[in-house]
Ligand binder design. Sequence first.
Ligand code: COA
Length: 333
Amino acid sequence: MIYSKIIGVGHYVPDNIITNQYLESIMDTTDAWITERTGIKERRYFTYGKDTNASMATEAAQIAIERAGITPQDIDFIVYATITPDYYFPGPGFVLQRNLGIQNVGVLDIRDQCSGFVYAIATADQFIRSGMYKNILVIGAEVQSTFLNHSTEGRGVAVIFGDGAGAAVLQATTDKNHRILSTHLHADGNFAEDLYVKDPGSTREKRFFDDLIADKSTGEVIMNGNMVFKHAIVRFPEVIKEALTANQLTPQDIDLLVPHQANLRISEYVRQQMGLPEEKVMNNIQKYGNTTAASIPIALSEAWESGRVKDGNLICLAAFGSGFTWGSALIRW
Ligand code: COA
């Protein structure tokens, strides 16, 4: 039987630190409001001319590949999750592939927003289990800062999001004791417009650029925060329990939960619902904000670097986001 296992993780965050105090200076908000409602103290923004979505992914990928003990030439497929590609098309996977010097390797872009990395891991896992590929590079990367409205009007969304990239290398294995145990994906399109960016979409009668001049807001993130919150705190525990049940395991078996870093209050609520102690939940939203598809691989890489992910540990990745989408991946490390 072929399984997949994660053999290397890496991340890159831009060096431009945006503190809550800086946001206080450009919009009507306070450090106290942001900290209390989201847990975020600072986030990173890309530096124009230095960072792009694909360049950050390249940095993260190079670290993950090196830690995996392989070379870019060993990668035989790329699965890339993002909602903020360098170009509207083609996706950033092509730029990453070029940067890594591995032309001819297939590239698949995943657009599942904050659940993107879990969807990407599930996809890569299936390609490996089917025997089609042996070493798959999985990316979650975002440049969101340029989609945000930094005036007071956009403060409910702008304070939450940040930029960054994370990567993982999945490899084929027959070792039942070190592998991805299962993945679980869900979506409910009834809430498509509760967290979305309308343009550049194809729902217009004519060229959207003409309309954008009149209404720039259609290029911004629109979020029904209360609705997102209400659903997230139900779907996170649900999909974590689904993964545990599928593997005859219980919350007590989890060594580390790495949730999508949506909001510290959401993660804290989920932790309590699952009956997990604080040290078993990875939180780094305080430093990076919500980096959408990048948040789980950045958190996983940081957890690994700090020794919180050890051989044999049961690691649970869980996500919720726009779509709505949600999913989990249970891993015996
Ligand atoms: N600074 C100061 N005040 C702000 C603010 C900011 N950055 N953003 C909103 N406010 C104000 C609102 O204008 C509102 O003022 P009013 O009462 O005078 O009208 C008040 O704060 C409450 O706004 P509300 O949107 O009801 O706050 P909330 O308690 O629901 O918190 C979120 C807002 C966005 C933090 C919260 O809904 C949330 O975390 N939702 C989930 C979002 C999420 O996780 N998104 C990512 C999903 S992957």
